[in-house]
Write a protein that binds this ligand. Structure first.
Ligand SMILES: [Zn+2]
Length: 407
């Protein structure tokens, strides 16, 4: 049964709507490129790195984020970015992920050798090369199997400091009259979105959405309103990491002030004890209203099970994950990886965890999968999106129809 289920989940068409490029670099590529450019690593073997860097559990989100200090340094040239993006797409394709929205923070990769245009174009080149190769296969061309598509999500950093990148070093210097780092981050995110819209339109590349990422506690979403407004008016989609390392107020701000259509994690959506604002007297009512709003507006929660297990130390077992409540209350959810390398996972593994720990039946799994394509920020027209979803559903059903072991 276990093997059959795994075989089934491997075969069905899948998507990943929340995955960081810099958290999904192949370990061997990290080693090879670090050696080549003499970036220090604590170990130069895959097993060594898995022990010392890509651990099974982390103290908190900040410790988890430190791991990116080993991948970002090798993502500083157009060649490396293209290669990493290409390999990323290939890894997804190899496990049956046919739609992926990959996110990263372009500002972490700007230096005197590459500007933001080159950063985004290089990543796009890698993804597009993998897409063209895959989609030119006869079985894809004849629509026997679904084609591979992707979108790029640009992440603004909610926090940065000296040493994060050459770009941020200069940015901090240029704004040293501003003592509030949140205000400086807000300015950077506004810059990012303006440039991303320009690049999207100039080169016609699928930059589909804006996100805010990085240390959540102490860096609330509301600072980024101007950037989100600009993205909104430029018809860019909106998602935001919220409720991963801070309570429900972070999710509240993301949906009411940033107008996020999707929420990354939303782990603390049902946690009145995490509310810190003293003006909120009836915490349960606050949660109830927030959950209802999220449900009715079909705001989608990007659930990342393994990542949450690794980062949220109070979450000892998956059965205590709020995904159960999200399902019970009919929230719109999608299962995502967050970081393939840092979390040592892939979409197949995450779906297996969801099925096994939350007792997903055949129909529930189908809904979850199809919903992920519906809630994607698909870069084509709406008509194209609908026909893609139709193709995905038909393909899914052709695999699932004769399955008897999975009720
Ligand atoms: Zn994330």
């Amino acid at each position: 049964m276990q093997n059959k289920l795994l075989d089934f989940v491997t075969k069905i068409p899948k998507s990943d709507l929340h995955v960081h490029l810099d958290g999904s670099v192949r370990i061997n590529t990290i080693i090879e490129l670090s050696k080549k450019q003499q970036s220090p690593l604590p170990s130069y073997t895959a097993t060594g790195l898995e022990e010392l860097v890509f651990k099974d559990n982390y103290k908190d989100l900040n410790e988890y984020l430190q791991v990116f200090g080993f991948t970002v340094p090798i993502m500083q040239t157009p060649e490396n970015l293209e290669r990493i993006a290409y390999e990323f797409a290939e890894d997804n394709i190899n496990e049956g992920v046919c739609y992926v929205e990959v996110r990263f923070a372009p500002h972490l990769h700007i230096n005197d050798k590459q500007n933001i245009d080159e950063v985004l174009l290089s990543v796009n080149r890698g993804l597009n090369r993998a897409k063209i190769e895959y989609n030119s296969k006869p079985e894809v061309k004849t629509k026997k199997i679904p084609e591979f598509n992707y979108g790029i999500i640009v992440c603004a950093m909610r926090y940065f400091d000296k040493g994060y990148s050459q770009y941020f070093d200069h940015f901090i210097d240029a704004h040293r009259q501003q003592p509030n780092l949140n205000e400086v981050a807000a300015k950077a995110s506004f810059e990012l979105v303006k440039e991303s819209v320009r690049i999207r339109d100039k080169y016609n590349i699928p930059i589909v959405a804006l996100d805010i990422a990085g240390a959540e506690a102490g860096n609330p979403p509301f600072y980024h309103q101007e950037a989100y407004n600009f993205a909104h008016k430029s018809f860019m989609h909106l998602t935001a990491h919220a409720g991963e390392a801070y309570g429900p107020e972070s999710i509240f701000q993301a949906v009411t002030m940033l107008h996020a259509e999707r929420i990354g994690h939303g782990f603390y959506l049902f946690s009145p004890d995490k509310i810190t604002d003293p003006t909120i007297k009836d915490k349960n009512k606050y949660i109830e209203n927030l959950v209802e709003y999220t449900a009715k507006k079909r705001i989608t929660i990007e659930v990342c099970l393994t990542s949450n297990l690794q980062v949220i130390s109070t979450l000892k077992a998956l059965k205590n994950h709020p995904f159960a409540k999200m399902l019970e209350q009919h929230l719109s959810t999608v299962i995502c990886t967050d970081n393939r390398t840092v979390s040592k996972t892939n979409v197949t593994k995450e779906l297996m965890l969801a099925i096994q720990h939350f007792d997903l039946k055949k129909d529930a799994l189908r809904n979850l999968i199809i919903n992920s394509f519906k809630k994607s920020f698909y870069p084509g027209s709406y008509t194209q999106k609908l026909s893609y979803i139709k193709q995905i559903s038909d393909y899914y059903d052709s695999i699932s129809n004769n399955i008897l072991f999975f009720s």
